[in-house]
Design a protein around this ligand. Structure first.
Ligand code: NAD
Length: 263
């Protein structure tokens, strides 16, 4: 029954693999017997994740995925060793945490062009770079799966009341990046339809990670299931979207958000 979920002999790349969600995606794919190549920029995080997940099918490489030539070089190293890339998860995005010093700078009226470019680079340009570079190898094999990571904020605007008591604001760049990644998903699904490369997007709601109590309370009130997600609650859908179990699905944005976007 679950044969089509099996990822044995598949090679997957995950960007931003050592963050909160990247680690869960890594675990999900390893559980399906996939070989996982995590990419992250942070040396210390790489060290700690390697320690936390000792698995012969996992390697984590250091690279800045916003840098085209670095990713290009890395892709050659990966191909030399693994010969193919079956799955790419474009997981990386910027994560803006409430920060009193920066708060004023995140207001739309004062958001600098530098910040705009930095956020779009991390959340969208990285997905463009990785899809173009790793997608070429999928084209050669005429098979591949790309999973982009969106957010509930891929389909709704942020409710700024969630952050007001922290004197904070969710910047416009997050909306642009998260709506943009859905656009890229649809574009690539159509563009690569004749190459048997399926491209979908997973849009998760907020993952509970000991956030500020008031923030959590306010957010729960906006979610019909009345709670944030546990960090492992997306694992099965990741296994589904990355495997042949979803073989007839492409160009879709799967929203899993405790119902937040339906009310
Ligand atoms: N955490 C949530 O509640 C949540 C909710 C909805 C959507 N998401 C989405 O999930 C994705 C992952 O979020 P997260 O919370 O795990 O983020 P995170 O901040 O915990 O992790 C990001 C990781 O990316 C790495 N990184 C940063 N810049 C990099 C670069 N230039 N090149 C390579 N690696 C780099 C960091 O070192 C870090 O390990 C994002 O797209 C985010 O929008 C997260």
């Amino acid at each position: 029954m679950y044969k089509r979920f099996n990822l044995k002999n598949k090679v997957a790349i995950i960007t931003g693999a050592c963050g909160l969600f990247g680690v869960e995606q890594t675990k999900a794919l390893l559980e399906s017997s996939c070989t996982v190549i995590g990419i992250d920029i942070d040396k210390n995080r790489i060290k700690s994740v390697k320690k936390k997940i000792p698995n012969v099918n996992l390697v984590i490489l250091r690279c800045d995925v916003t840098n085209f030539s670095d990713v290009n070089k890395l892709s050659k190293v990966i191909i030399k060793k693994y010969k193919k890339i079956d799955i790419l998860i474009n997981n990386l995005s910027f994560d803006y945490k409430p920060n009193k010093k920066l708060n004023n700078k995140m207001n739309f009226n004062t958001l600098s062009l530098e910040t705009w470019n930095k956020h779009l680079n991390l959340g969208l340009t990285s997905a463009f770079i990785c899809s173009q570079i790793f997608g070429k190898f999928m084209e050669l094999k005429k098979k591949g799966v790309i999973l982009n990571i969106g957010s509930d904020l891929s389909v709704i605007a942020p409710d700024q009341r969630l952050y007001s008591h922290l004197n904070s604001i969710k910047p416009a760049t997050y909306s642009v990046v998260k709506h943009g990644i859905v656009g890229l998903t649809k574009y690539l699904a159509s563009y690569w339809s004749d190459k048997n490369i399926r491209v979908n997007c997973l849009s998760p709601g907020g993952i509970y990670n000991n956030q500020d109590k008031n923030f959590v309370k306010k957010l729960k009130n906006l979610i019909p299931l009345n709670r944030m997600a546990n960090k492992n609650e997306y694992n099965e859908v990741i296994q589904f979207l990355c495997s042949d179990a979803s073989s007839y699905m492409t160009g879709q944005n799967i929203v899993i958000d405790g119902g937040r976007t339906v009310i």
